[in-house]
Design a protein around this ligand. Structure first.
Ligand SMILES: [Zn+2]
Ligand SMILES: [Zn+2]
Length: 314
């Protein structure tokens, strides 16, 4: 199995995104880059360097529903007739119409002021504008096999960064395509979203994420190919570092939480005082994820106050 990494520019803070061309029958692309002229150009150039073109691609595997990863999938599909695949839990987030009602309720419960909710929704739509919507997809599930002529990749559902995030595992040498679940230099943000199984509640992103990381540890990856940056060759160490980082952030959160409690929104301003515009949403996501995890671990309490949830120490 020959793998080519193609780095594509993104307009986002995270920097370039990695897509991977897997030689084999059928010719497969893992992720697709954002919908920008620069990314299309780079994709064409990257494919040309290995003697390929977009129309040769037969299958696109999307690791999760973020615009920098699925943005160009429809263009590739239209030019090549390839089939796009994504985990069923992330499929609704790449479709052309997005139902914000469940999000709105979650943001109200988190204590986000009304005008800010409107701005966050507009910001999210702008983000989605960096992707062609995908209404026709084949859905993937945990343990599915991505079959090639001579071998296969196993789909491992690794919820956390998004509910439908997946990794692809080549079992013969334990190579893992982990996309944003494992990144060399960044701790992935557990993005606030409704629970795919019950949209009234927040997806327990951090708890799920830690379980996903532990599951990957069980696979004992030898090399991890991430969605941004270089390969991770020391997953065990990476895993321990992330656990320590999570513990430290939990302690910090509990420390800054006022005696009389706070909403997730207010707590996020205390934990990330400098965050502006879109980073406010990411700060809220991170804080809410940590609050949920602290409650699940019995370190904090949550009380209902009208529509809002207040987090308190015992
Ligand atoms: Zn992502
Ligand atoms: Zn990404």
């Amino acid at each position: 199995m020959k793998i080519h990494r193609i780095s594509l520019p993104t307009p986002f803070y995270v920097g370039p995104v990695n897509v991977y061309l897997i030689e084999g029958e059928p010719l497969t692309l893992v992720d697709a880059g954002p919908r920008t002229d620069e990314a299309i150009e780079e994709l064409r150039a990257g494919l040309a360097r290995v003697g390929r073109k977009i129309s040769d691609i037969k299958r696109v595997i999307i690791t999760h529903a973020h615009a920098d990863h699925y943005g160009l999938a429809r263009l590739i599909v239209e030019e090549s007739g390839a089939t796009p695949h994504i985990h069923s839990w992330d499929a609704p987030s790449v479709a052309s119409s997005m139902d914000y009602a469940a999000y709105r309720k979650l943001l109200v419960a988190a204590g986000v002021p009304g005008p800010v909710i409107g701005r966050m929704e507009a910001g999210y739509e702008t983000f989605r504008g960096f992707a062609y919507p995908l209404d026709q997809v084949e859905t993937l599930e945990d343990e599915d096999e991505i079959i090639f002529e001579h071998e296969s990749l196993k789909v491992v559902h690794t919820p956390g960064h998004t509910p439908g995030s997946i990794c692809l595992v080549r079992t013969s040498n334990r190579l893992v395509f982990a996309s944003d679940t494992v990144l060399k230099n960044i701790t992935p943000n557990p993005v606030l979203s409704p629970d795919p199984l019950d949209s009234r509640r927040r997806f327990q992103s951090l708890g799920e994420y830690l379980v996903s990381l532990a599951r990957l540890k069980g696979i004992a990856p030898t090399i991890i190919k991430g969605g941004h940056g270089g390969d991770v060759l020391d997953y065990e160490e990476h895993f321990n570092r992330l656990y320590r980082f999570t513990r430290a952030r939990q302690s910090k959160l509990i420390e800054v939480l006022p005696r009389n409690g706070a909403t997730a929104w207010d707590a996020s301003s205390l934990l990330f005082p400098g965050a502006k515009s879109y980073h406010r949403f990411l700060a809220l996501s991170e804080t809410a994820a940590h609050l949920d995890y602290a409650v699940a671990e019995g370190r904090l309490l949550v009380e209902q106050a009208g529509e809002r949830e207040i987090y308190k120490q015992h």
